[in-house]
Design a protein around this ligand. Sequence first.
Ligand SMILES: [Zn+2]
Length: 87
Amino acid sequence: MTTKEYKLDNVIASTKLPPIEVRHRDLKRYGDSAFKSECPECNTGLLLVGRDATTFKLQKEDTCTYCSRKFIYTDIKEEVALEYISV
Ligand SMILES: [Zn+2]
């Protein structure tokens, strides 16, 4: 797959498209991060896996940093809270 050219109109259009269902485990990881993946839609942006800003719980929905296409992870256990281990 080649990298698509994304103009602003395309980015706006892609935010209105329904989310693509993907399995997080099937995506190509970016670097050595366990969470960051390469966007399968544009092959340029990253999917970072979101956390709720106040609770830090994992979010099932994600948006590409480049093409703004939305994704839904079908294999992520949502609402997993940030847990600390005792040290
Ligand atoms: Zn993308």
